[in-house]
Design a protein around this ligand. Structure first.
Ligand code: BEZ
Length: 262
């Protein structure tokens, strides 16, 4: 969903839809909470931007609303279609959306931190909403994952990678920054919250390495495969005092939740 060095649509191997479903179910489980805010109604048309393997689109459809799920990863969309054949899914980049007022609401969970440039994406999403329609979004906000980032940079520095911060593929805006982008594109922002959400990772000791395998492609791609085990060991040593608790890793997530009407 973005134009950055590591792109979710690059290949199924890099954006592993199976790993996403098997070990990262928390992504859509937390998104359920956001659905309460969307409050989809029967007969409404709703666009789910960055739908992944379709779990939240299916929950929206259960309300009786019509839903179109889009994601830039063909592997994710293929899996969504298998899981939920009655729902419409399309492989699309949010920047390339050509909708104009077709939707009562646009919804997006845990994906817009991948999307650059954010202005073009916001413009395309808002264009897709009918006048009076609504938008409900949540993603990583300002101050998200400081320890996960530092641990990766620490490990890469020790493995000889210069200036590893430049490999950061994410966009974590503040309330003011993202509200300004939405408002400049015609959305009246009526709700915004930035909040910590420490998130328990699955897979016990392997949880941290699986998180980097799933989401840290730019970091792992900077070193040879043979160095990956060292990366995971050094990142874990760095992160453990802050993020290892009670037999599992806890990601230091901070969310930006933001909503409004057109
Ligand atoms: C997040 O949900 O905050 C997130 C997920 C993957 C990479 C970076 C951030």
């Amino acid at each position: 969903m973005r134009q950055a060095p590591y792109n979710r649509s690059m290949s199924a191997a890099e954006w592993n839809a199976r790993l996403y479903d098997s070990s990262h179910g928390f992504v859509w489980q937390f998104g359920r909470d956001l659905l309460g805010m969307l409050a989809p109604q029967p007969e409404e048309r709703i666009l789910d931007v960055g739908c992944g393997t379709g779990q939240l689109a299916a929950e929206i459809a259960r309300s009786g609303a019509g839903v179109l799920g889009i994601d830039s990863s063909a592997a994710m969309i293929a899996q969504a279609r298998v899981k939920f054949p009655a729902i419409s899914f399309e492989t699309r980049d949010v920047h390339a959306l050509a909708f104009d007022g077709e939707f009562d609401a646009v919804f997006s969970n845990a994906v817009l931190h991948w999307v650059r440039p954010p202005e073009a994406a916001a413009a395309a999403m808002i264009r897709a909403v009918r006048p009076g329609g609504r938008m409900v979004l949540e993603f990583g906000g300002h101050g998200n994952i400081p320890i996960l980032m530092s641990a990766a940079c620490h490990a890469l520095s020790r493995l000889g990678v210069a200036d590893p911060e430049r490999l950061n593929p994410w966009y974590f805006p503040s309330i003011a920054e993202y509200s300004a982008i939405l408002e400049a594109n015609g959305l009246e922002v009526s709700y915004a919250q930035l909040f910590d959400r420490p998130t328990a990772l699955e897979d016990g000791e392997q949880g941290l390495a699986n998180w980097y395998r799933m989401f840290g492609g730019t970091f792992l791609g900077a070193i040879p495969d043979a160095a990956h085990a060292d990366f995971h060991r050094m990142a874990a040593e760095f992160a453990a005092p802050s993020l290892w608790r009670d037999g599992h890793w806890t990601a230091d997530y901070r969310r930006l939740r933001i909503a409004g009407h057109k």
